[in-house]
Ligand binder design. Structure first.
Ligand SMILES: [Zn+2]
Length: 791
């Protein structure tokens, strides 16, 4: 049995590198079952509590261990969204203490001179390898941090042969609790309602940024991310250890990863099995192994989007694994402990070859040598021209790339590429660099993978240029221009002229500036193009403009411009329905646009009129107004039919008194129908369909600043028919190729259909696009501000 499995796994690994996976192998994806299992246990977020170590005890526990041991360094590296400390514990043998700087410098050699670095490790077998272990990024998956605390104690104090061997060969870096807010509140999310393990491309949260810094600092060889809970995916296979099923993102050097990650997973499984008689539960005593998606399935648990921590770490050359313990109890802690020990032993035994292949990833990048990639997947360079009036979007992108260890240079002179002349100062991302895979996955357009796999686990398109709204022109030809390396950009804005001042409707920053000036009491009008005009003198706006990064000049105020005021926004709060906080991204988008945003729960809307608010935003699941909820979801929604009626009444009187109602996405659109606020037919695609689409925007008013053949993003795609008495302001492009990138079966049925509509006789706007999705699509945020400001 064991042998056969090993064989099929190896075959799978080698096939991956040569034959694209075909949908002929399709099986029903398993992810829809995940929630079912967990919710059947009657838990909200797997929070049937064992006596896990409380966050409040962890700091003092770490300090105690630090005092006992000369191998341990404890640091607080920043704070969470709610202000809780982020603990990092580094463990190394005493001879390595004080030499971390040297180890890190040697790691940097991997990017400067990978050939030499490979030679060096061949001649210096006593080198130390950094291994990074991330604790409980999902707050209620408690076992991860508990296992880490036990491992810290072991490696700090024990002197057995294995402990010594691991410490002679490795430096262990533990991010002890990646999500303190979640552990404290017994929720999956951080204090802002964001799932941190979906944030590694956007990086909007402090916890994510801390981890990115940590990964960059060490470039770990192995990265383990601790989660729960997966059991019985296949009979007697308990827990889950990656590597994943296809589709694999083409921007990885997947052959190098797969070669070691699969064997390492089996080593973790073997370590668990060796100990299985010592577990207390029969689930564990009777297990025959663990579920390794790559070996045991053909689809349903993919590593395609780099929004997940281990997948992100893979772009820094790490052998990344998600580890899902089977249960939320001390057996689960034991399973996690064993699997991590399995990886530590395996990495210790194979470090020489594994590190050589990690360095090979960077070598391929630097040499622009990608033996397993489709010709042209990596362009020679991306050209990032600057918008002189509003450079804020490109500046944010350049800083983001630099923050991710991607080298960006700036042209010293004007230059020509593919027949186009670019001015001096244009940014360039040259793709012969160590982390080319990460650069490409951030900057490419993505691809339509609908026919490659039956379903995706999560998102399948994230292109920063398209969804953040900046130009990144790919060229297959080398660029000849002198250029200098860019460090951080601190772009300062500037006011010119005597006013009135035009603030273009061009970015998140520009709308944020408008909201800031409105709060200062400066009169502002808005024209049909969505541009803003501040009727004041320069010294009233200069400080805010400087901070915004915009270049603001004097202009005539168009006759059609209408006065706008500072508006108060209420957003319906999702406390975690079905393990999502669907409104959190939109909430953050509105905040970044500069609006005052208040979260109101469904029960609060039922109990209190929406007095004091100008705008009501519904961005989330229709279950928020359902009265038929499972035990697990009940506390986040309405409690009875009476509350639904009260909710309806309060929203209706809010509208009658001049309030504005905005629905974003599928669930909200459906709920709007339930509330009787639209007579449209709400059409919804599959719940795991998502991606980037071409949209024809009308271009004024509600969709000012957008145009024909422009960009949109859908997640559980939504479109509207029977729109007779609506104003239709945006439609999916009327072309067979309107779906640009992502995964959406039967998308053709939505071609040319309405995606943003406004009811004619009520102030109700329906946005089918996911304009604020997880705080990611900055480019679409202005659809929200347009809808808010539009009379
Ligand atoms: Zn998890």
């Amino acid at each position: 049995m064991k042998k056969k499995k090993a064989l099929s796994g190896l075959v799978a690994v080698s096939l991956l590198t040569v034959i694209p996976w075909s949908s002929g192998h399709a099986e029903k994806p398993q992810w829809t079952n995940v929630n079912t299992y967990e919710e059947q246990d009657g838990s909200k977020f797997n929070s049937e509590n064992y006596d896990f170590v409380k966050f409040s005890q962890i700091g003092s526990k770490l300090k105690e261990i630090e005092k006992l041991s000369n191998r341990v360094k404890v640091e607080v590296r920043g704070t969470s969204a709610d202000g809780n400390p982020l603990y990092v514990v580094t463990i190394a043998d005493p001879t390595t203490q004080g030499k971390f700087g040297k180890v890190k410098a040697l790691r940097k050699q991997m990017f400067k001179n990978p050939g030499k670095a490979q030679e060096w490790v061949a001649n210096n077998p006593d080198f130390k390898v950094p291994i990074m272990i991330n604790g409980s990024i999902h707050g209620t998956e408690f076992v991860g941090s508990d296992a880490i605390l036990q491992l810290i104690e072991r490696f700090a104090t024990q002197n057995d042969a294995t402990t010594k061997d691991v410490l002679e060969n490795n430096i262990l870096i533990f991010n002890v609790v990646q999500n303190p807010d979640g552990r404290i509140d017994a929720t999956r999310f951080n204090g802002e309602g964001i799932d941190i393990n979906r944030d590694f491309i956007t990086q909007s949260q402090p916890e994510t940024k801390e981890m990115v810094e940590l990964i960059k600092e060490w470039n770990p060889m192995v990265f383990l991310d601790t989660h729960g809970y997966v059991k019985n995916y296949q009979p007697n296979l308990q827990g889950l250890i990656e590597p994943c099923t296809p589709p694999h993102n083409p921007n990885y050097e997947y052959d190098l990863y797969g070669k070691w990650a699969y064997k390492q997973a089996e080593a973790m499984e073997a370590e668990i099995m060796k100990d299985h008689e010592n577990y207390s539960g029969s689930l564990y005593q009777n297990m025959k192994g663990t579920y390794i998606p790559l070996r045991d399935d053909s689809a349903g648990w993919d590593d395609y989007p780099p929004i997940f921590t281990p997948m992100y770490a893979m772009y820094h050359g790490a052998y990344g694994h998600t580890l899902e313990a089977p249960t939320n109890d001390w057996d689960g802690v034991r399973w996690m402990y064993n699997s991590i020990m399995g990886a530590l032993k395996f990495a210790t035994a194979n470090k020489q070859s594994m590190i050589t292949d990690q360095i090979e990833v960077f070598k391929r990048g630097i040499n622009f040598d990608h033996p397993f990639h489709k010709e042209g997947l990596f362009p020679k360079a991306y050209i990032l021209p600057l918008d002189p009036k509003d450079p804020t979007v490109t500046n944010k992108a350049v800083n983001h790339l630099i923050n991710n260890d991607i080298e960006v240079v700036q042209a010293v002179n004007a230059f020509e590429a593919d027949g186009v002349l670019y001015p001096k100062g244009t940014y360039l991302v040259e793709m012969d660099q160590a982390k080319a895979g990460l650069a490409n996955t951030m900057l490419w357009d993505g691809e339509d993978i609908t026919n490659d796999t039956p379903a995706m686990y999560d998102i399948s398109a994230w292109s920063l240029p398209e969804l953040w709204g900046f130009d990144a022109v790919a060229t297959q030809n080398p660029i000849k221009v002198n250029a200098t390396k860019v460090n951080q950009i601190t772009g300062q804005g500037k006011v010119s002229g005597k006013g009135p001042f035009m603030i273009p409707n061009s970015s998140v920053q520009s709308v944020n500036l408008v909201n800031r000036l409105l709060k200062q009491g400066i009169p502002i009008v808005r024209d049909a193009q969505g541009n803003f005009f501040a009727k004041t003198v320069a010294n009233q706006v200069s400080a805010a403009v400087k901070e915004s990064g915009l270049q603001v000049g004097t202009a005539d105020v168009p006759a059609d411009a209408v006065a706008i005021t500072s508006l108060k926004v209420a957003i319906l709060k999702d406390g975690g329905m079905g393990k999502q906080k669907s409104h959190a991204g939109t909430k953050l988008a509105l905040k970044r646009l500069g609006f005052d945003v208040t979260e109101v729960t469904p029960v609060e809307v039922a109990k209190n009129p929406l007095n004091g608010f100008d705008i009501f935003v519904y961005s989330g699941t229709e279950s928020l107004i359902s009265t038929n909820l499972s035990e697990a979801n009940k506390e986040f929604g309405l409690q009875n039919a009476g509350q639904l009626n009260a909710f309806k009444d309060n929203v209706t009187s809010f509208l009658n008194e001049g309030g504005k109602y905005i629905a974003v996405g599928a669930g909200a659109s459906r709920a709007t129908k339930t509330l009787g606020l639209t007579d449209d037919i709400i059409n919804v695609g599959g719940s795991n369909s998502n991606g980037i689409v071409k949209v024809d925007y009308e271009g004024t008013g509600l969709t000012a600043g957008y145009g024909e053949n422009d960009i949109g993003f859908v997640y559980r795609p939504t479109w509207f028919t029977d729109t007779d008495n609506d104003e239709i302001v945006a439609t999916l492009a009327d072309s067979d190729n309107f779906f640009v990138a992502g995964h959406w079966k039967n998308n053709i049925t939505a071609k040319g259909q309405a995606v943003i509509v406004k009811e004619q006789n009520k102030d109700v706007t329906l946005i089918g696009l996911e304009a604020g999705f997880r705080d990611h699509p900055d480019y679409l945020f202005r659809l929200l501000s347009n809808a808010i400001f539009e009379k």
